[in-house]
Design a protein around this ligand. Structure first.
Ligand SMILES: [Zn+2]
Ligand SMILES: [Zn+2]
Length: 124
């Protein structure tokens, strides 16, 4: 199940982000709704070649340096063990490249430690 985290910092920065995978995250049609055809070009090639392996959509916390903000964006991972490939959506605000994180990490505004609280809602 996908979870929602409430990130907060002492400087006043707050953001609710979705993380994890949901019920539809392994469905190809659902995945196609999240990414553009260009973004899926490599995935399609792998599918055709029978090399897509186990594929899954995960919501990731990602940092945009240009916006000094955190976002929750879909990441697709596919490929056989040992040669996993990742497709990460660009920044929804500026279209720039994002750096994904596995945990809350530090505040994009002040660099302080973020605290993460689990919100009582599942997104899927
Ligand atoms: Zn940005
Ligand atoms: Zn802060």
């Amino acid at each position: 199940m996908g979870q929602t985290l409430d990130l907060s910092c002492r400087c006043g920065y707050r953001k609710a982000v979705q993380v994890g995978s949901g019920l539809l995250s392994i469905q190809e049609t659902a995945i196609r709704g999240l990414f553009t055809q260009e973004e899926l070009a490599g995935f399609d090639k792998a599918l055709k070649a029978g090399e897509a392996g186990m594929f899954i959509h995960t919501q990731k916390i990602a940092h945009c340096k240009a916006c000094a903000d955190l976002f929750s964006v879909p990441e697709l991972s596919y490929g056989n063990d040992g040669q996993k490939k990742y497709v990460l959506k660009p920044c929804p605000n500026c279209g720039g490249q994002l750096a994904p994180r596995d945990s809350a990490g530090v505040c994009p505004k002040c660099g302080g430690e973020l605290s993460a609280a689990e919100a009582n809602s599942l997104w899927d």
